[in-house]
Design a protein. Structure first.
Length: 383
């Protein structure tokens, strides 16, 4: 659990932050709840049951049958699936805490079969679909925006016949059941030994990020002409395949992953990552992620992302952590740099101070938030 108070460069107000990660595990039940809250007009909140899973072992080979919510590929892997991986970049995410997104699982059930020592097959099915969640745009009944701080904003003006008009947005989602009641399915195979991990997979699911169609019109409001844009989001079905390979006995334990769209062959992503043990008794991670395509109108974390997350133990009680992320795609270059100092009063309680810096070009992932540098201080409690 982490509680902080801080200030953004773009605001004179003090902002409060609260984050907690509650885990419980037994032989047959696993849960992992994450919650995040940020106060103020630009704040956001999230309560995310990332994992709520009941599992039983069946048969002589101790095959696994599970129900609930989890990422189905996690049963084949010993390392978590992150937004910095090729698969994580296209899977459903919780982006409410925009600078620390997490990859979410499906709600459904699955079966993992132990075929032979080190070889597993996995099948998973979900009757429910939950899209990627991000900070709210705060669209009012009048169509104006009151967005959360890290929301990715649509255009604020449109030129019609050479004249600029402010935009009022209306969202037409239709029946929520038509979005949620969509099916997803995955099949995968994994091979794991002391020195090598390989898995291959294919899955189908609605695109977690919506495609949008829109109509526009001119409306008079309070003797002012505005462009009224009606947006209709759709979550088109996608078909993906991919593989991951990790060399465990090689320096930095390199991991490579590639995903390929099966309907649209222009859709693909690639990641390469590594890790190393540090003096902080934790692992430093680093790598790159790209969607291997030309720039799009919407900036993405996979715009040739290069990242590093490194903890240092300065003394027995004092720990320093640094996070560096930069997108290098031409025309969409940006970076995010976060530094945290923790002083451990005891193994459970620590004081901390953080500084976060963002910068970038206009149409870039971190550049959208370049005015939101921040400093904060607080406490961290582990029990």
């Amino acid at each position: 659990m982490q509680l902080e108070s801080g200030k953004y460069a773009s605001s004179n107000d003090v902002t409060g932050f609260f984050a907690a990660n509650l885990k419980d595990q037994s032989e047959s039940f696993v849960s992992d709840f994450q919650t995040y809250f940020e106060s103020g007009a630009g704040g956001a909140w999230s309560l995310d049951p990332r994992i709520v899973r009941y599992q039983v072992e069946i048969g002589e080979n101790n095959d696994t049958l599970w129900f609930g919510r989890d990422h189905p590929l996690q049963f084949l892997r010993s390392t978590p699936i992150t937004p910095f991986s090729a698969l994580g970049s296209i899977w459903t995410q919780n982006d409410i805490h925009a600078l620390e997104p997490v990859v979410d699982g499906w709600i459904g059930f699955g079966y993992v079969k132990n075929v032979a020592p080190g070889i597993k097959l996995s099948l998973a099915y979900s009757p429910l679909f939950i899209p990627t969640f991000g900070p709210s745009l705060g669209i009012s009944n009048q169509g104006t925006l009151n967005p959360a701080r890290f929301a990715q904003l649509p255009p604020q003006q449109v030129n019609i016949n050479g004249a600029p008009f402010a935009i009022d947005y209306q969202i037409q989602t239709g029946q929520i059941s038509s979005i949620v009641l969509q099916q997803s399915a995955l099949m995968a195979a994994g091979y794991d030994t002391h020195g090598l991990h390989v898995d291959v997979y294919a899955y189908t699911a609605p695109n977690p990020n919506p495609s949008t169609s829109y109509t526009e019109a001119i409306a008079l409001k309070n003797q002012t002409a505005n462009a009224v844009v009606t947006v209709t989001p759709t979550f088109d079905r996608q078909y993906w395949s991919g593989f991951q390979a990790q060399l465990k006995d090689v320096l930095f334990q390199p991991t490579v992953e590639f995903t390929q769209g099966l309907q649209d062959f222009s859709l693909h992503s690639f990641s390469l990552s590594g890790s190393v043990q540090t003096l902080a008794k934790a692992r430093a991670t680093f790598g790159l992620l790209t969607h291997l395509s030309s720039p799009s109108t919407t900036p993405s974390l996979s715009d040739w992302l290069v990242y590093a997350q490194i903890p240092f133990a300065l003394t027995a009680r004092l720990e320093f952590k640094t996070i560096f992320e930069t997108t290098l795609l031409t025309g969409q270059q940006s970076f995010y740099w976060a530094n945290t100092v923790e002083y451990h009063l005891n193994p459970q309680l620590a004081l901390l101070a953080e500084a976060k810096i963002l910068s970038g070009q206009d149409n870039s992932y971190f550049g959208e938030w370049r005015n939101d540098d921040s400093i904060s201080a607080g406490v961290k409690w582990v029990w």
